[in-house]
Design a protein around this ligand. Structure first.
Ligand code: ATP
Ligand code: MG
Length: 205
């Protein structure tokens, strides 16, 4: 086989492989016919969980859908850039009481704030008008034992059939991962903070 023939042979193999992949994808697309609300968990120690959650809410709003957001941990010093935009839309929104930050844990005020935020979440999870609900940093509420896991699972199971739910936060409980339809774990490979870069407005908050 001369060089030209080798090249033609390689090209033909590539075309055949692409055809095979296309057929396989088409087959999988044809098989995915169900339409229902999806429970998504974005967990792991890498950066990108909340931004993914807020980005998905924006995606839904862009299609004219209705969204609800509960932020379970309010950043201690930082406002959240996404909310400044999202507030311009008719989004149902609740931020956990001002006392609750990453720094304060296990105080009675925190527990009370968590209960209120969970109450708001439950209202959203039974609201037929909401197409999508973001429960940002909710995983910690389970970890600290502030909200009963069984109660969360019950509310998720009984939500409107077409409602999507996004849960973000590190160390997601195994049972929530089992219940979820889509789970992504964001792995930290590098983070600028470790190299001494301060959290940057517009990028980190
Ligand atoms: P983001 O809101 O940027 O999507 P996140 O939700 O994945 O981040 P959190 O654990 O909620 O991450 O932490 C929020 C803040 O901490 C953000 O400012 C983020 O940049 C920063 N952060 C996230 N992961 C890391 C990490 N591995 N090391 C240091 N800082 C991090
Ligand atoms: Mg986050």
């Amino acid at each position: 086989m001369n060089n030209e023939e080798k090249l033609a042979n390689k090209e033909q193999k590539h075309v055949e492989r692409q055809k095979r992949i296309k057929a396989e994808v088409a087959e999988r697309v044809a098989q995915a016919t169900e339409e229902r609300g999806v429970l998504v968990v974005i967990t792991g120690n890498g950066k990108g969980k909340s931004t993914s959650g807020f980005g998905t809410v924006l995606r839904a709003i862009g299609h004219g859908q209705q969204a609800g957001i509960v932020q379970f941990i309010k950043g201690s010093k930082w406002e959240c850039g996404e909310m400044n935009i999202l507030k311009q839309f008719p989004v149902k929104h609740h931020v956990m009481g001002t006392g609750f930050t990453w720094e304060t844990q296990s105080t009675e005020t925190d527990k009370a704030a968590a209960k209120v935020a969970w109450q708001k979440s439950k209202e959203m999870l039974s609201d037929e008008t909401l197409d999508i609900v973001l429960l940002d940093e909710m995983t910690y509420m389970v970890k600290y034992g502030y909200i009963e896991l069984d109660e969360i699972i019950e509310a998720l199971n009984n939500r409107p059939k077409m409602q999507h739910v996004l849960i973000t936060g590190r160390a997601c409980h195994r049972r929530l991962i089992e219940l979820a339809d889509t789970v992504s774990e964001v792995q930290p490979i590098k983070h600028a903070f470790k190299a001494g870069v301060k959290a940057q407005k517009g990028l980190d908050w």
